[in-house]
Design a protein around this ligand. Structure first.
Ligand code: SF4
Length: 687
């Protein structure tokens, strides 16, 4: 009586980058038959990249965690949910009662849903009483967010992906868009081909979009603030600044203009290595285009002054009047699929969901009332971020961590220092779908579910909130994070009673203003909403059409000084190690590394070496090299390519037992505590 199971088609959202492609997943029981994009998908339409289309085998991997694990006498043993959750609840309350609320830190997941991010910070703030909650935006987008907060008021992208398609000129800075946000890159290529839009690319690495650009500038690593500021000065000096826009909509113009005095073309050419004629050509392109979008990513933010450089790019857009109109604005690209949502929904040490400040008494009173506690029950202190949590673990003031869905032990800079800090903690919980490198430091490991085994919402890079649906039930005894948090809270005296994530979204919408009109009914199927969303459901595809998100509705030009990178190549360490993603892979490779097709496509790790450096050192592709930084060393084969130039190297971040973060250091952007991943000076040895 066996019958062929029916083929089921379920809408889901890709979990591999901030483009937020949605599509139908076709399944028969747990077998994933295919991924089919549909025209109704708001961010991507009928496009996907290789990851969204093919990288799902990990869901049925035999290595999935299917039972809670408890460490006992140095070894992990399986446990029931009751036992594991009782232990976590009891240990966290005990540590809080003995050492105080600031002794516990939470890292929320940028791959989990918005609802799960919300519950992470709700446990931290309401139950433990700490604002020490963060997410992986600390590694990537926080500097960009800070630059936008300083200048225009919201930290999100100014408009939609469709604005990038409409812009007369697109400027891509420090973003390998074709590999990291492939569907957006495809739309930009189409806009160039069909509408003649122009493309300016600025990057030390000559990636695909650089090769396609109308003008490509190759700056010295870490010098982007200089050329961006020199271009702003050029606009004022050559009557290309938008004087009417500046007069009506921008504060601080004269002070900013004075601050540009050092940024002459001569100075910029000397500091960046970009020929003066190219700087002028770039300035003329930007100054004369009717609409300009600037898109940037980790090549800008992962530096010791990434917030300042992000600010410089937003300044340049303001000087040229490129905000508040279709086809204009700043577009920092979000890496993880839900790094935007994890931040929007409160996994930040200084803000409640909706970017409401923890230090504002009125904000605290509002959240306290909604959560049914006295305002004094909520901390008025900015908590520790990821960087400071590791420091506090070393100092002994942080005694426990709860890490959800993040491969912190692999992804955080200066890995040995992080591992050392983790091993000093009294108690660590890791919640993940695999026994990750981070789980090796845990006392309790809780098996979460991937997106296809639960419901929820994500926010993509254009502030677009989309629903995803359960494609198949959770594997084994794994459970969605929102269920785990709800059960844990119950054991800590807070019975929230959530039985479906829509109830969590309803709660957020009733408190956080920017989500006022968000609910699951309005997000049904392919529908989506871009925050801020008014109570009547009106959303905001393009920001700043009615003024900026500031008290007086005006933007601010923010004066800046250039500061050298914290670590630079020198006589002892003469090469600069850039690093980043590959098209086919995702972060620590825990998911994509379990996909046979992806392993076949990228079978080897490699380091890119320029032809000139390879000739000087006698290196050919395939030669094994030892790369040594001030922290540690690793061995990897060479790939000789003109994608890199001179003494610059490039290493993908996904591979190797310990990865690139054996080599990266503790140096970071002091404004936002983002590690300066891109500032690594190294030696090379041919093996
Ligand atoms: Fe779309 Fe990004 Fe997923 Fe590729 S990785 S399918 S571009 S969301």
């Amino acid at each position: 009586h066996w019958r062929q199971p029916e083929i089921k088609r379920t809408k889901t959202v890709c979990t591999y980058c901030g483009v937020g492609c949605s599509f139908e997943m076709w399944t028969r029981d747990r077998e994933i038959l295919k991924v089919q994009p549909v025209a109704e998908a708001p961010a991507n339409g009928i496009s996907t990249c290789v990851k969204g289309k093919f990288a799902w085998d990990f869901v049925n991997s035999k290595e999935r965690l299917t039972m809670p694990l408890i460490r006992e006498n140095g070894k992990f043993r399986e446990a029931s949910w009751d036992e594991a959750l009782d232990k976590v609840a009891q240990k966290l309350l005990e540590i809080r009662n003995i050492h105080g609320p600031e002794s516990i830190g939470f890292i929320g997941s940028s791959k989990g849903s918005n609802e799960e991010a919300y519950l992470t910070q709700k446990i931290a703030r309401l139950i433990i009483g700490t604002n020490s909650v963060d997410n992986s935006s600390r590694y990537c987008q926080n500097p960009a967010t800070e630059g936008l907060f300083r200048t225009v008021g919201y930290g999100g992208d100014a408009g939609s992906i469709s604005d990038l398609e409409q812009a007369e000129l697109i400027v891509i800075v420090g973003s390998n868009t074709a590999e990291n946000h492939p569907v957006i890159a495809a739309k930009i290529k189409a806009a160039r081909k069909h509408h003649g839009h122009k493309l300016l690319v600025v990057d030390p690495r000559k990636h695909e979009m650089a090769e396609r650009a109308d003008l490509y500038l190759r700056p010295t690593p870490g010098s982007d603030l200089v050329w961006a500021s020199a271009l702003s000065r050029y606009m004022f000096d050559h009557q290309l600044a938008d004087d009417a826009f500046l007069a009506q909509q921008v504060n601080g113009v004269e002070e900013y203009r004075r601050s540009l005095a050092p940024f002459t073309l001569d100075y910029a050419a000397e500091m960046t290595g970009i020929p003066q004629a190219d700087l002028v050509a770039a300035a003329e392109m930007i100054g004369r285009a009717k609409s300009v979008c600037i898109l940037w990513a980790m090549g800008i933010t992962q530096h010791s002054h990434g917030a300042d450089t992000s600010t410089a790019l937003s300044n340049l857009l303001l000087v040229t009047g490129n905000y508040g109109r279709p086809g204009t604005g700043g577009y920092p690209m979000r890496g993880h699929n839900n790094v935007q949502g994890a931040s929007d929904f409160g996994c930040l040490a200084n803000q409640y969901p909706g970017y409401e400040k923890v230090t504002d008494p009125q904000v605290r009173a509002k959240w306290a009332k909604a959560w049914g506690v006295a305002p004094e029950a909520l901390s008025d202190q900015v908590g520790e971020d990821n960087f400071k949590m590791v420091q506090a673990a070393h100092q002994g003031t942080l005694r426990a961590m709860y890490i959800t869905g993040e491969e912190t032990a692999f992804a955080d800079a200066d890995a040995a220092n992080v591992h050392d800090g983790f091993s000093k903690l009294d108690f660590m919980v890791v919640q993940d779908i695999f026994f990750s490198r981070t789980a090796q430091f845990a006392d309790v490991v809780l098996p979460g579910c991937p997106s296809v085994e639960k419901e929820g919402t994500y926010v993509n890079t254009e502030r677009r909130i989309q629903r995803f649906y359960e494609v198949m039930p959770p594997l084994g005894d794994s459970r969605p994070d929102w269920w785990i948090f709800t059960e844990l809270a119950k054991r800590m005296g807070h019975d929230w009673g959530y039985t479906h994530p829509s109830q969590i979204m309803d709660e957020v919408a009733s408190i956080a203003g920017i989500f006022a009109g968000v609910n699951y009914a309005r997000l049904e199927g392919w529908a989506s909403l871009q925050w801020p969303v008014a109570a009547d459901g009106t959303d905001t595809p393009l920001l700043y059409t009615q003024g900026f998100h500031t008290d007086d509705g005006k933007a601010t030009l923010y004066p800046l000084k250039w500061q050298e990178p914290a670590e630079q190549a020198d006589g002892d360490y003469p090469y600069t190690l850039n690093n980043g993603r590959l098209l086919e892979m995702f972060q620590g490779n825990n998911q994509t590394g379990r996909v046979a097709g992806i392993r076949w496509l990228v079978p080897h790790w490699f380091v890119e070496i320029s032809p000139e450096l390879a000739a000087r050192l006698g290196i050919a592709s395939g030669h094994w090299l030892k790369i040594t930084s001030r922290r540690d060393a690793l061995e990897v084969p060479a790939l000789v390519t003109d994608r890199v130039q001179g003494n610059n190297l490039f290493l993908p971040i996904h591979q190797g037992k310990d990865g690139v973060n054996k080599l990266t250091g503790e140096h970071h952007d002091p404004d936002v505590n983002t590690p300066a991943y891109k500032e690594v000076a190294v030696q090379l040895e041919v093996l």
